[in-house]
Design a protein around this ligand. Structure first.
Ligand SMILES: *[C@@H]1O[C@H](CO)[C@@H](O)[C@H](O)[C@H]1NC(C)=O
Ligand SMILES: *[C@@H]1O[C@H](CO)[C@@H](O)[C@H](O)[C@H]1NC(C)=O
Ligand SMILES: *[C@@H]1O[C@H](CO)[C@@H](O)[C@H](O)[C@H]1NC(C)=O
Ligand SMILES: *[C@@H]1O[C@H](CO)[C@@H](O)[C@H](O)[C@H]1NC(C)=O
Ligand SMILES: *[C@@H]1O[C@H](CO)[C@@H](O)[C@H](O)[C@H]1NC(C)=O
Ligand SMILES: *[C@@H]1O[C@H](CO)[C@@H](O)[C@H](O)[C@H]1NC(C)=O
Length: 576
């Protein structure tokens, strides 16, 4: 036995020493492959003496300007090579001929002007985007890359036949950087990209959109455009550009990143997309410039299900709020997200709305939102997280006619409920209510939807849960963490309670009666309270033993007191 133990110790030391020696640059990754990370290390060339078994090599963000056969030919097991953000000007792909396993080659953000070709048949990911190519750097050898999944390219001009060598490949993702693209005198060019699921085009961030290429793609499911700058005069250029691209019936998702536009042009783009097959339209980082006025919009039948705009900056200061909000409030779609935006209000739809999901996280909406609004009858989820709501009574009233509403999130507002206030009115359909991170006190328990199942009240100012509140018999999950509760609640008013989170409060003497009162408890998290070692705590900890400690999360580490066996009252430091 002693011998066994000895050898274990020796083996341990051996592993430890080996790891210590090479550990500075080499790690075993999850798949136990040799990974060497020398990114951002000020290198001007690929260093000599790399471990021959290296499978993953990261040399990105250095100053490497040349690649030679001898740099990597001995890395016969190399699978992944990252060389993005260097200064490489010329690439001869034949230098990889002794790396037959190479699958992933990232040469994006270099200064490549020319590529000499050679087939590397196992390549799945080839990124040549953000380089200085004039025309698309495709040679016939690319046609042999039958495993290729991702292809990143850049060009300043496009020609009809540029992509012919790869026409028969079925790619997942093509990233085409057109930052340096300039309009040719002879007008429109055309380009056929035969098969890819996702096409991502990146344009110049500072120039008005001017790309006149008729791009057509088969089997396109996802289209992404980055850097779109629009005025009223070039709006039509984008719409024309999109007309061929958005024709295919398989196109479901359309995403625009970093858009600067006039309101008029934005509405025109929406109007153009309305009858198209796109189901999900996402815009990230939208800036509205010049002016906002009334624009006509025809809400024709549409395939669009969801519009999501995250991060809106409005550079127009004087405008009609109604003109802006009306376009959104009448949309005949199911899901609308307008988040991280400066909206102070949203209009009630004029007729029965199709909306089921609304997400207005991080705006500046006030209590007047959707008051007396009776058209949102299909709305199931309403998220008003991080706004300027103040009065819980008004929030209840807002829901009155939202007869399908199940989930309401009004966390991170400044909500209060004054118990001398009027009785609250809530729609009966709400089952999940998030009131966390507000300034609610004990009185909140007198203003809750009657059939609620999940209630989040963490991070408020609750000191106790009144015993005489109306029963919440459906309540299953209650989170009152980070309040100032001095006692564990009983389950008198919450006969179905099964999950209770009450950590970070002021409970010093948890009562053993808790588990008798709360028979349905499956999980309780009550750690990080200032427990004192009293007889009650001892009884409580004993009753945990009976209920089975799986029910109690963080047990026993978060429930420690200095002298557990001692009967005297000792102040406890909670850990965990
Ligand atoms: C764009 O190209 C497609 C397919 O090559 C063609 O059917 C269509 O007519 C072209 N559109 C224009 C405006 O030239
Ligand atoms: C389209 O977007 C939806 C929602 O964002 C997502 O669930 C879906 O996977 C996307 N589809 C494609 C083909 O990318
Ligand atoms: C948002 O997009 C603008 C261009 O429209 C760009 O200048 C800005 O850097 C982007 N902001 C962020 C945070 O991405
Ligand atoms: C609501 O929008 C915010 C911000 O865009 C996002 O982080 C959050 O996941 C969204 N919520 C849901 C339920 O989609
Ligand atoms: C309530 O919202 C907070 C933050 O806004 C989030 O962390 C928490 O998970 C939400 N609670 C539930 C039950 O979804
Ligand atoms: C509030 O409701 C309670 C119980 O239903 C009732 O007794 C009381 O009169 C109501 N108060 C007001 C101001 O309506």
């Amino acid at each position: 036995m002693t011998k066994d133990k000895d050898s274990t110790v020796k083996r341990f030391h051996f592993v430890y020493i080996v790891t210590f020696i090479i550990g500075t640059i080499i790690q075993f990754s999850d798949e136990s492959e040799f990974a060497v990370d020398m990114s951002n290390s000020g290198l001007t060339q690929i260093p000599k003496g790399l471990p021959p078994k290296t499978k993953v090599l990261d040399m990105s963000q250095n100053y490497i300007s040349e690649l030679h056969l001898s740099d990597i030919s001995f890395l016969s097991e190399l699978k992944v090579l990252r060389l993005s953000h260097n200064r490489i000007q010329h690439l001869d792909i034949s230098i990889f001929k002794f790396n037959p396993d190479l699958e992933y080659l990232d040469l994006s953000h270099n200064q490549l002007q020319k590529v000499s070709c050679h087939p590397i048949t196992n390549l799945k990911h080839l990124d040549l985007s953000f380089n200085d190519f004039d025309a698309l750097p495709l040679c016939k050898e690319f046609g042999y890359l039958t495993q290729l999944n991702f292809l990143g390219l850049s060009a300043t001009k496009l020609q009809q036949l540029d992509l012919l060598p790869i026409a028969h490949l079925h790619l997942n993702y093509i990233l085409l950087d057109l930052e340096g693209y300039y309009v040719k005198e002879n007008g429109e060019e055309s380009l056929q990209i035969l098969n890819t699921k996702t096409l991502h085009l990146v344009f110049h961030p500072n120039y008005l959109f001017s790309v006149q290429v008729n791009i057509s793609v088969n089997t396109l499911e996802c289209l992404q455009l980055t850097n779109i700058k629009l005025s009223n005069s070039n709006c039509q250029v984008l719409i024309k550009f999109l007309s061929e691209l958005t024709r295919g019936p398989t196109l479901l998702n359309f995403t625009l990143n970093h858009v600067e536009t006039t309101w008029k042009c934005l509405v025109r783009v929406f109007q153009f997309l309305w009858p198209r097959p796109v189901e999900y339209l996402n815009i990230y980082n939208l800036t509205i410039v010049q002016s906002i006025g009334e624009e006509d919009f025809t809400y024709s039948e549409t395939a669009l299900k969801a519009l999501k705009i995250e991060r809106i900056t409005n550079k127009v200061f004087l405008f009609s709020q109604t003109a802006l909000y009306r376009v959104f409030s009448e949309m005949n779609i199911m899901m609308l997200t307008l988040s991280d935006a400066p909206f102070i209000h949203m209009l009630c739809p004029q007729a029965t709305s199709t909306l089921k999901f609304l997400n207005f996280t991080q705006n500046v909406l006030t209590d007047s939102i959707f008051q007396k609004c009776s058209t949102l009858v299909r709305l199931e989820t309403l998220i008003l997280r991080k706004n300027e709501l103040k009065d819980l009574y008004k929030v209840g009233l807002m829901t009155k006619d939202m007869t399908s509403l199940e989930t309401l999130d009004v966390s991170w507002n400044s909500l209060e409920y004054d118990r001398h206030n009027r009785n609250c009115t809530w729609v009966g359909s709400i089952v999940e209510l998030n009131l966390s991170s507000n300034i609610l006190t004990d009185s909140v328990f007198r203003c809750l939807p009657p059939r609620i199942k999940v209630l989040d009240l963490h991070n408020n100012r609750i000191r106790s849960i009144p015993t005489d509140v109306t029963s919440l018999d459906a309540l299953q999950e209650l989170n009152v963490a980070s309040n100032s509760l001095a006692h564990l609640p009983g389950c008198g008013s919450f006969s179905s309670l099964s999950v209770l989170t009450i950590d970070y409060n002021a409970i010093s003497n948890p009562s053993a009666h808790f588990f008798q009162s709360c028979q349905k408890i499956r999980s309780i998290r009550a750690g990080n309270n200032p427990f004192r070692c009293t007889c009650e705590l001892r009884e409580f900890t004993q009753s945990i033993g009976q209920v089975a400690s799986e029910v109690v999360e963080g047990w026993p580490d978060s429930y420690k007191c200095d002298y557990p066996e001692s009967g005297s009252c000792v102040k406890v430091t909670a850990s965990g």
